[in-house]
Design a protein around this ligand. Structure first.
Ligand SMILES: C[S@@+](CC[C@H](N)C(=O)[O-])C[C@H]1O[C@@H](n2cnc3c(N)ncnc32)[C@H](O)[C@@H]1O
Length: 313
């Protein structure tokens, strides 16, 4: 693991002309354990081609994920196939607080910094849900300018408990803003395509190629039993991150996620040949990211004086 210090200048905001693109490409990806505001304030302006954040949704709950292994046990409390008895063992339990008194104030300080560190042709994705998205839209309009609002992506899924007292809420909202609506990067050429809903209404060539996804994305959540799963609560699927990164960055660009959790953004960015900086204040998240992203060309640092922001797990 490469040790770095926040006190040192981590990035050349205006790289010297003597630093070649090839040398810059060797710069290490970075993962910080600490409060994201403190880290953001030390990052250079205009550096990141894309910022994606998935902050706590202010659900008012402790977000928790427990993995359970079921083992054959004559004295167990569960009955399975042909009457066999099983007991369950808790393998791991990860959790963090998602309760904020001044949620918008908390977000605002960080979103202002996010805009500052975004490249002039860059894009910001703010992932929320129905509870806060409308307030956050007004806040983002103030910070980025209403003219720089590009999309509201609806990520729709179909999993988990269903209320029978109202329409079951099964979508998240991702607000997309650019620094400058007249010069932002959006490259749809490499984005995965979707089948047309009515392929008979378009030419066979178009039907075979599929269509650019609209602003409504149907995508499963991370399967609790699938390979992608890290066990971290609220982990987001690589499929939706790949889509955003592919459209809004080029290979070699820098991507920032300062509510990084299990490091999904870093995982997708690396697969696509992009660099990343990730920040989270949970030691559990840092451990998961370390395991997921490895030490190869990746530097991990704890911001001095960091208090674990989460309950122990
Ligand atoms: C919704 S989760 C992110 C999940 C992530 N997108 C993933 O795919 O795993 C939000 C994360 O924000 C972190 N967090 C909350 N407040 C923070 C702060 N002030 N500074 C840094 N991280 C923070 C939490 O520890 C949590 O991991």
């Amino acid at each position: 693991m490469e040790e770095v210090s926040l006190q040192t200048q981590l990035f050349a905001a205006d790289p010297e002309p003597t630093v070649t693109a090839k040398e810059r490409a060797r710069e290490a990806d970075r993962v910080y354990l600490g409060d994201n505001l403190e880290v953001l304030q030390k990052l250079p302006s205009d550096h990141f081609q894309m910022v994606y954040v998935d902050p706590p949704f202010n659900t008012g709950k402790v977000q928790k994920r427990i993995s359970i292994k079921t083992v054959r046990d004559a004295a167990g409390d569960r009955t399975g196939f042909k009457g066999a008895r099983y007991s369950s063992e808790v393998q791991s339990a990860h959790q963090y607080w998602d309760i904020h008194e001044d949620y918008l104030g908390f977000l605002e300080a960080r979103l202002l910094e996010a805009r500052r560190v975004l490249h002039p042709t860059g894009t910001m994705y703010l992932h929320l849900d129905y509870r806060e998205v409308h307030y956050a839209k007004v806040l983002m309009d103030e910070i980025f300018g209403r003219e720089n609002f590009l999309n509201e992506i609806i990520w729709a899924y179909d999993y988990g408990a269903r209320s029978t007292k109202k329409w079951p809420a099964k979508h998240d909202n991702i607000l997309v803003y650019v620094r400058d609506v007249d010069r932002y990067l959006f490259d749809e050429s490499e984005v995965d395509r979707e089948p047309y809903m009515a392929p008979g209404l378009v030419t066979p060539e178009k039907a075979a190629r599929g269509k650019l996804p609209t602003d409504v994305w149907w995508h499963t959540i991370v399967s609790p039993t699938g390979r992608e799963k890290t066990g971290y609560p609220t982990q987001k699927p690589l499929g939706i991150l790949r889509r955003m990164i592919t459209a809004s960055t080029r290979p070699g660009d820098w991507v920032l996620d300062f509510f990084a959790g299990s490091g999904s953004t870093g995982h997708a960015a690396r697969e696509l040949g992009r660099h990343f900086v990730l920040v989270d204040n949970s030691p559990v998240a840092l451990d998961i990211m370390r395991e997921r992203l490895g030490a190869d060309n990746t530097a991990y640092e704890t911001v001095p004086g960091t208090e674990p922001g989460q309950p122990e797990s």
